[in-house]
Structures are given as C-alpha cells and as structure tokens.
Design a protein around this ligand. Sequence first.
Ligand code: B12
Ligand code: SF4
Ligand code: SF4
Length: 218
Amino acid sequence: MGFALDQGLSLFGVADVAGIREEFSLERKLKEKFDWGICLGKRLLDAVLEDIKDRPTPLYFHHYRQLNFFLDRAAFLLSSYIQESGFQALPIPASQIIDWEGQRAHLSHKKIGYLAGLGFIGRNNLLVNPEIGAKFRLVTVLTDMPLEADKPLEYDCGVCMKCLKPCPAQAIGEKKEEFDHRACFEKLKEFKNMRIVGQHICGVCIKACSGVKRREKN
Ligand code: B12
Ligand code: SF4
Ligand code: SF4
C-alpha cells in the first residue's frame, strides 16, 4: 500500500489468482509459479475527458498512452522491488494484444481487478469503482510473494443508466449481458480509420461513468 501511495496510484488490490491462472496466455511453467495478482489503477484526468463529446480526441489519445506508460513503469518498479525481496514478479503490460483476431492479452486486468476488490463489471462492460466510476486504467503484477488477498466488492450499477445514451455504437444495454462487443469494436475501428486517433479507443463510456454511491453492507 505504501508503494501505491508513493507512486501516485489511485487503486491497489491483491487477487488470489490460483483458481483462474489456467486462463492466462503464458507458458505453463511460468503461470504455475504465481498465486497472486497485484492490480494497480490510475485515475484519468477530468479535464481530458471533458474534451470528449461523442468520439475520442487527440488529447485523450495522448492521455491514454501516458497512462499506459505510467502504469507499466509502476508495475516494473513494483516487480523489481519484489525480486529484490527474494521473490518473483511478472508485470503484465497495461495494453498489449497478443491475439489480434480474438482481441486478447496475456490476461484480463478487469478480471484481476474485480477479484482484487477494485470494482464491479458495469453495464458498459468496464470495471467500475464505486467512487471513481470507470475513469481509471489498470495494470497487473503476478507474483509468488505470499500476500493477503482482497475480496470482490458486492456492488453493481443499480438504477444508474448514464452510459447507455451517450454510447455512439448503442452497444450498452439495460442488462449487463446485452453488451454488444461487436458493435463497440466496429465503432472503434471506424474512429481509428477516420484517423482521429491511432488506436482502438473511444472514452465516451468512461466519461459517462462516475460510479455509484457506496451502499451500506448488511
Ligand atoms: C483487447 C482490448 C480491447 C478490445 C476488445 C476487448 C475484449 N477482448 O473484450 C477493444 C479494442 C474493443 C477494447 C475496447 C475498449 N477498451 Co480495452 N482492452 C483490451 C485489452 C488490451 C485486452 C483485453 C483482453 O484480453 N481480454 C481477455 C478477455 C478474455 O477477457 P474479457 O475482456 O474479460 O472477456 C470478454 C471479451 O473476450 C468479450 N468478447 C467475446 N467475444 C468477443 C468478440 C469481439 C470481437 C470482441 C471485441 C470482444 C469479445 O467477452 C468476454 C466477456 O465479457 C485490455 C487490457 C488487458 N490486458 O486486460 C484493455 C482494457 C480492457 N480496455 C480498457 C478500456 C478502457 C477500453 C475502452 C474504453 C477504449 C478506450 N481506452 O477508450 C474500450 C471499452 C469497450 C467496452 N466498453 O468494453 C481498459 C478497461 C479499464 C476499466 N476500467 O475497466 C483495459 C483493462 C486497459 C487498461 N490497461 O486499463 N479493448
Ligand atoms: S468504447 Fe465507445 S463504442 Fe464502445 S461501449 Fe464505450 S462508448 Fe460505446
Ligand atoms: S454509467 Fe452507470 S450504468 Fe453505466 S457502467 Fe457506470 S454505473 Fe453502470
């Protein structure tokens, strides 16, 4: 936790990944080493999101790259620290695709973040933190350093529907399961082909999501 604060991270949590590491696209011997996933999150800047109306902007594109760099650096520093403490750590890139057809990375940061108690999966298909909504990006460090794992949060979107209307692809539905991955992906390809930005990014459903008020737990 001290590390997270020193590095200026917004979110920090530990997931027990023993039950899901089969899903990781890593060599068997490598993935079997790691029982824990440390998930780090960094909040986006409101002023950059303000620039977004119904599509990504050059300022947002730069911000997206800056945050990936920031998170990758934090994950590297944490991994080095863990190694110097006598354990192993593997930083998983913030945004690196290894299967272009299936649009998949080595692992899902959203899933690790969910298990680490950083948020819940919202109607927008993103990890939503009750306090800061979906306005953050993530990175994961896998490790064999014994840690106390956090637990998933018991929250959901509740009655909020703020991200449905603004989505330029109409990909977000009232039920979480209705999320239209194909429609979203096609819209992001369109934005990339229009040369507004150089990556498949958007930002509209991030801007729309400010989270939900914390509810008292029974
Ligand atoms: C590839 C990728 C994409 C692809 C497709 C994503 C996908 N596979 O689901 C595209 C380009 C569409 C995309 C879009 C966006 N992404 Co993206 N993306 C990733 C990346 C690099 C890998 C995702 C991955 O491997 N998932 C593995 C699969 C198995 O796990 P899953 O996502 O939980 O599984 C779902 C998909 O496979 C989907 N699915 C099933 N069939 C198909 C078919 C197609 C064609 C598609 C596209 C999806 C799909 O169904 C599964 C269940 O929901 C991650 C970084 C990472 N390593 O996690 C960021 C990440 C998920 N993206 C992120 C963001 C913010 C976005 C965008 C807002 C773009 C932007 N930055 O402006 C949009 C949001 C779209 C949305 N509302 O969901 C953030 C999410 C942060 C958060 N708070 O949740 C991440 C974690 C990056 C980061 N470092 O923070 N993304
Ligand atoms: S990334 Fe854009 S197109 Fe995709 S769900 Fe979010 S708002 Fe809609
Ligand atoms: S804007 Fe509201 S409905 Fe959409 S994901 Fe965020 S909390 Fe859920």
